[in-house]
Design a protein around this ligand. Structure first.
Ligand SMILES: Cc1cc2nc3c(=O)[nH]c(=O)nc-3n(C[C@H](O)[C@H](O)[C@H](O)COP(=O)(O)O)c2cc1C
Length: 369
């Protein structure tokens, strides 16, 4: 269990943009849409949100779906739009659009291992082309007045752990913060994130660094910060399992006991999110697909979670999924599992027996990235 931490300022600056608390919701394609970001922000404790990655190429070709990903609600601040591509000019143009769309920060993706992205030689493949990456940093920086950040992995593989060099180069070209996911591109999502390996990047830089990868609990956040020396944490999949995780981390660093939501808050949160998904999805079919996916993440490792997932697998309307979720939570309440969630989550994440990054690999690999 986490121990109480003395209250201290847990914040950092991305240029003029204050990130307080020093927590961020990681960009996740197909997950961190406007609705999900609003949900996590609504929990409190989220210092920064980032959009799903947006193709600079599609933006420059005026493809509506790319623009939709970059839409920002007026009340979402500070928020970063993440862009990817390999043409410095298109990246610069896309960054300008991001500024016009109201982004507080523009983030460049150097971390995505997706074949769809790396075969176009962007994403983490850029870590193998430092000179191209440098030109991209310079072009983007020259195009915008908002801060620029870069998200990367430790390197391409264990022989090329060049995050410190790339991050230093980004800093010299004007980057205001970098995020390092403690895995190499070749690792994809296998093994565990190496938080200590992020320290070499932190040691090279004046600008802040956020550590990312496998942060699922308050204790993980404390350990990741201690091992890496980073200024803040970025959490992705952990927020899908436990939407309160950033709030809990922020509570801890503010010297408060981490918030523990009552059982029915968990149910209501899931149902509220369903509402957002339905409002955003153009068809019931699409809404159902997203509802199934989200419920899968949300109930991973929880009692009777497998049964629920099985039930909703055979559900084809939003109503049927809602009914299944209602029934599930009623059952948990009837059986008095109400307060066991944190214990269950922690038990699950300390079970390393599967050797697969604490049961998260499956989630990551069933997604595009
Ligand atoms: C479904 C999914 C989609 C992702 N999409 C993006 C993305 O669009 N841009 C990006 O930089 N990283 C993306 N990532 C990587 C995450 O931002 C994060 O670096 C990674 O999942 C490790 O952090 P975590 O263990 O906290 O999830 C994605 C990860 C997942 C699981």
């Amino acid at each position: 269990m986490s121990t109480q931490h003395p209250a201290r300022e847990f914040a950092f600056d991305i240029g003029p943009v204050r990130v307080a608390p020093a927590t961020a919701l990681a960009p996740m394609e197909g997950i961190t849409d406007k609705g999900f970001r609003a949900l996590i922000r609504g929990m409190g404790g989220c210092g920064l949100t980032v959009t799903e990655f947006v193709s600079s190429d599609l933006m420059s070709r005026n493809v509506a779906s790319a623009w939709r990903l970059a839409e920002l609600p007026e009340d979402e601040h500070p928020v970063s739009i993440q862009i990817y591509g390999r043409d410095p000019e298109k990246m610069a143009q896309a960054a300008e659009y991001c500024e016009q769309l109201g982004a507080d920060v523009v983030d460049l993706n150097l971390g995505c291992p997706s074949k769809a992205v790396t075969s176009g030689c962007s994403g983490s493949a850029l870590m193998k082309e430092p000179e191209l990456a440098r030109r991209m940093f310079a072009a983007v920086k020259a195009a915008v007045s908002i801060p620029m950040t870069v998200k990367m992995r430790l390197g391409w593989d264990t022989d090329r752990l060049n995050a410190p060099e790339i991050a230093w180069m980004a800093q010299e070209e004007g980057a205001d913060m970098v995020v390092v996911h403690g895995r190499t591109r070749m690792q994809m999502y296998r093994g565990s994130a190496d938080w200590a390996a992020v320290r070499a990047t932190k040691a090279r830089l004046r600008i802040p660094v956020q550590v990312n990868g496998d942060i699922l609990t308050v204790d993980d956040a404390v350990a990741a910060l201690a091992a890496s020396g980073a200024d803040g944490v970025m959490v992705g999949r952990g927020a899908m399992r436990d939407p309160w995780i950033l709030r809990k981390i922020a509570d801890h660093f503010a010297g408060r006991v981490p918030y523990e939501p009552p059982l029915m808050d968990r149910r209501d949160t899931l149902l509220k999110y369903f509402g957002m998904l339905e409002a955003e999805a153009q068809t019931d079919r699409r809404a159902v697909g997203r509802m199934k996916k989200v419920t899968g993440y949300f109930t991973r490792g929880l009692p009777y979670g497998t049964e629920l997932r099985e039930t909703i697998y055979h559900s084809f309307t939003p109503e049927a999924i809602r009914d299944a979720v209602h029934g599930y939570f009623e059952r948990l309440q009837a059986e008095g599992v109400a307060d066991g969630f944190t214990r269950i989550h922690e038990a699950e994440v300390t079970d390393h027996t599967s050797g697969d990054s604490r049961n998260l690999t499956r989630e990551a690999e069933c997604c595009v990235q």
